[in-house]
Design a protein around this ligand. Sequence first.
Ligand code: F0G
Length: 416
Amino acid sequence: MTHQECINCGSKYAVDEIVYFCKKCGDLLEIKYNYDELAKALGKSNWEKVPLSVWRYKDFMSINDFSKIVSLNEGGTGLHQCLRLGKQLGIRRLYVKNEGENPTGSFKDRGMTVGVTKAVELGVKSVICASTGNTSASLAAYAAKAGLCCAVLIPSGKIAYGKLSQAMIYGAQVLQVRGNFDQALDIVLKLSEKHRNIYLLNSINPFRIEGQKSLAYEMCDQLEEEVPDRVVVPVGNAGNISAIWKGFTEFHKLGFIGKLPRMTGIQAVGSAPIVQAIKSGSDKIVPVEKPETVATAIRIGAPVSWKKAVNAIRNSGGTAETVTDEEILAAQKLLARVEGIFVEPASASSIAGLIKLVNNGVIGKDERVVCVTTGHGLKDPDTAVKMSEKPVEVDAEMSAIEDALGLKRQVAILER
Ligand code: F0G
């Protein structure tokens, strides 16, 4: 039977019980399946004929009533082969899984379609989250679609403008907290315990993770079961890297793939507790009190799912690395200019991490690498405008434009 299980003490909870942490030891929960039963159900299902999307994998999602699915058409994002970038770095097989192509512009939609469907199935009327921006945008959209009341807590002045505009236009109650993400998350965790009728949809909610694991399933299906050697993921609150690893291990258990990739997590220098734990070999993280980075999406000092992420990285034989703000912004520009893919700064950290790890020899040049870019560049237009060359202002005259484009000199040469 499918159930929720504590990752530490193994305590079990029913899938329709609203519980966020283990009641016995306080650790994180995850959804567990009976894989023989799942394999049997898949044998009778026509899932492989369904187009690439989160709901192609509905049998893997622990939803009882598929008539209640709340969807905006999420997943099925492009796996772009990056020949030009790969050539610059000396890697032959480099891909970008571009999650900015989701309905609200980030990978969060994969988790929200499942989490909000679960909320509807459970009969709750109100949903809440703390967010650095993308989770709030996504939850607000799916709550609107489902007709649920939605409140989001965001760190005041520290979320990118595109994300703020999304949460506002979808009609969520937006609270700007005078504090950082970690403080806002701490409050919503306590609030959802105290007010049991408000359903918490941060990635601590294991149904969010179920949706996000479809990222791994899609990579396998897009590469025709040729598993990547390495998957590089930006890490903030640490739900996504844990979800992707869960997806790969499930496909492996079911015999769809023959090996597993090395999970590689990237954090910004100013907010890197997981990298610190991996590098020091520690079993615990030391939270960063005042996290800072231009990549506001991953400006997180006390990642709630750190234990799952550390397990994913260690069990897969992967690694974790930091990147500076300068490296992040340079990688953002490079990806846009050589591959035509515009991502937000947090997403570019996976590219910056790749560059660093290739240069220092940790990632081999013959590896098949997938970098996950987690959110669309238009989420944070201010940063993109600030770091690009200013447009030249010209008069509305042909000769002025020819002048600005450097065409006049060429004409002059030709006429001579
Ligand atoms: N990239 C982007 C664009 C994000 O928005 C986030 C997280 C991450 C990477 C990191 O993913 O938290 O699963 O490790 N954003 C959250 C939010 C925290 O509130 O939108 P993670």
